[in-house]
Write a protein that binds this ligand. Structure first.
Ligand SMILES: [Zn+2]
Ligand SMILES: [Zn+2]
Length: 241
């Protein structure tokens, strides 16, 4: 599903585009190559690739899949995706150990209760804050935004129409709903700081890991989330995404 000239939504259970349990999966059109943001939970990989094809892209041109963090709904499909496309799997160093060992931070037990079982992905590149990924004509900026997990990353880019976009994973949604639980890897103060960092980037658009995206006015929306997070009382505990 085309969202802009640069970005397509190719997976996500919320839109009925792939399988139950899948986070939003985005494709960035980088010219001769494409990048996927996240891989879903594992049951929807073939549908994701069918969507890639239906949107006019060759699945074999998917050279990179960025895993925004270690939760199962973002990494479960990664290894199969790699096998079917030959893409490189990349993630931040603070989540890389969890991803390759499927430790408690991945929330594997939660996945099992939903009938989702998958193999640990092998990573091809481990990222750090401020790294750049140059894919085709496109420059992607790695922004370390911990809090939801220690190795959460957001990916910034300038789209073909000049608008500034950030793929926020699960660190910021467009509704202020946050997947925060008192579980392994969550850190509320780090989360608040990450949100302020995203606001300082002044994005026009954000593409979160769950729910809807925002194609204009994203910074104002992030400011509302920031207000909510820092109000004296608020409900931030929702389902984990
Ligand atoms: Zn998550
Ligand atoms: Zn998620």
């Amino acid at each position: 599903m085309k969202l802009t000239d640069s970005v397509y939504l190719v997976g996500g259970s919320a839109y009925g585009l792939s399988a139950p349990g899948d986070c939003n999966v985005y494709l960035i059109d980088c010219g001769v190559e494409s990048v996927l943001i996240d891989a879903g939970a594992g049951l929807g990989v073939k549908r994701i690739l069918a969507n890639v094809k239906a949107d006019g892209f060759d699945p074999r041109a998917v050279k990179t899949a960025v895993l925004t963090h270690c939760h199962f709904d973002h990494i479960g499909g990664a290894q199969e995706l790699k096998q079917l496309t030959g893409c490189k799997l990349v993630a931040h160093k603070c989540d890389s150990g969890s991803i390759t060992s499927l430790d408690e931070r991945v929330l594997v037990d939660m996945a099992k209760t939903r009938g989702i079982i998958f193999k640990a992905p092998s990573l091809d590149l481990v990222l750090e804050d401020h790294d750049h990924l140059d894919v085709g004509e496109t420059h992607l900026n790695v922004i370390h935004t911990p809090g939801h997990t220690p190795g959460c990353i957001s990916i910034g880019m300038t789209e073909k129409d000049g608008k500034k976009a950030i793929f926020t994973g699960d660190i910021a949604s467009t509704t202020g709903r946050l997947g925060f639980i008192n579980g392994p890897g969550f850190d509320l103060s780090a989360w608040k700081a990450s949100l302020k960092l995203l606001i300082s980037e002044c994005p026009d658009r954000i593409y979160p890991g769950h729910g809807t995206f925002m194609l204009s006015g994203a910074t104002e929306d992030l400011n509302l989330t920031d207000l909510k997070m820092n109000s004296p009382w608020t409900t931030i505990v929702t389902s984990v995404g």
